[in-house]
Design a protein around this ligand. Structure first.
Ligand code: HEC
Length: 110
């Protein structure tokens, strides 16, 4: 009896924790998907092929020194451009979507 009661209490305590966790995951998945979409509609032109010497998606060696600079620096380059990298990758993407695309690219290089 006591055991059943404590099991019931434990599962009650777990329910909110589990639903919070899955909310966080689905938000991340949504933003990742938006990033992947932007990547595939725009960034892929250079980052899929290495055109203009762009670091290629999934090329760990090319991305390692970029990742080392830290996210703030990387986002700033993505927003403002650098060399042959156009500001916002030549798109009108908003900050959040651009960041999602950068996070998608970084996730593929780790
Ligand atoms: C016209 C070609 C081109 C397009 C389109 C493009 N990039 Fe780039 N990107 C480059 C080149 C070239 C570099 C390397 C710049 C350098 O280091 O001089 C670069 C570098 C980067 C970097 C590394 C920044 C750093 O800190 O060195 C990120 C992140 C990046 N691009 C994100 C994006 C995203 C996100 C998109 C799409 C929204 C995009 N790029 C579209 C050419 C492009």
């Amino acid at each position: 009896m006591l055991k059943a009661l404590s099991l019931a209490l434990i599962s009650l305590a777990l329910i909110p924790a589990l639903s919070t966790a899955s909310d966080a995951v689905s938000t991340n998945a949504d933003s990742m998907l938006r990033g992947e979409k932007l990547y595939k509609s725009a960034c892929i032109a250079c980052h899929g092929t290495g055109a203009a010497n762009a670091p290629v998606l999934g090329n760990k060696k090319a991305w390692a020194p970029i990742i080392e600079q830290g996210m703030d620096k990387i986002i700033s380059v993505a927003l403002h451009g650098k060399g042959a990298m156009p500001a916002r990758g030549g798109t009108k993407a908003d900050d959040a979507t651009l960041r999602a695309a950068v996070e998608y690219m970084i996730s593929r290089a780790q």
